[in-house]
Design a protein around this ligand. Sequence first.
Ligand code: HEC
Ligand code: HEC
Ligand code: HEC
Length: 138
Amino acid sequence: VHGFKPLRALALGFALGLSLGLPAPSLADGARTPEPAIVIANPGHCIAPAAEMRRNHPEMLKHQRDVTVHTGTRGARVRLNACIECHASRTNGSVVGGDDNFCQACHAYLAVRLDCFECHQATRAAARTALAHTGPQP
Ligand code: HEC
Ligand code: HEC
Ligand code: HEC
């Protein structure tokens, strides 16, 4: 018996949604499966091009001692609070909490667990306070 492939099933579900004229997620460059709709809460630019961010943000965010892979932002100090300051939603001020929240939307879809917010603050207000105490951003 072949194993159940949840991502395949999701992709099929989205493909069906597309054929029914429902809101469809977009195909990112090079992606083999459709991706969820990502809400960008604030206009502007990320710390690196979106394609690079999609690919490399796990490496960028690793606790400093774990960083081994070189990225386009090599040497830059990446701060989780800066991500939150830009990416927190306008509705609940957070990057997690609902499926329209930036980090959670994509991670829930991919079933990649995000345990960072057991220790780190997930809301914009808290991130701003923390940034004020840690100085300027990269
Ligand atoms: C100065 C504001 C700002 C900061 C800081 C920032 N981002 Fe972004 N990010 C954006 C914007 C605006 C976009 C979409 C437009 C673009 O392409 O730059 C984006 C796009 C992204 C994307 C691609 C989303 C997609 O369309 O698939 C990811 C992933 C991402 N950011 C993660 C992060 C992470 C992780 C951090 C912290 C390390 C971070 N961002 C920091 C503003 C920011
Ligand atoms: C466009 C989709 C998308 C968005 C938005 C996104 N991620 Fe991710 N994230 C991924 C994918 C895909 C992986 C798994 C990559 C892999 O396994 O190689 C991942 C992995 C990670 C990892 C590593 C997890 C692990 O166990 O290895 C961290 C940490 C992470 N993301 C943090 C964040 C944070 C924080 C945000 C919001 C600021 C965010 N991500 C937004 C798609 C996304
Ligand atoms: C057990 C608690 C804990 C967990 C869980 C945790 N961190 Fe951290 N993290 C810390 C501590 C403590 C620091 C050091 C704080 C400082 O330097 O001010 C830190 C620092 C960081 C930094 C560099 C400084 C900053 O504020 O941005 C990043 C980036 C970071 N963590 C990302 C993550 C991500 C992404 C996850 C989830 C995969 C995560 N952390 C999970 C405790 C944790």
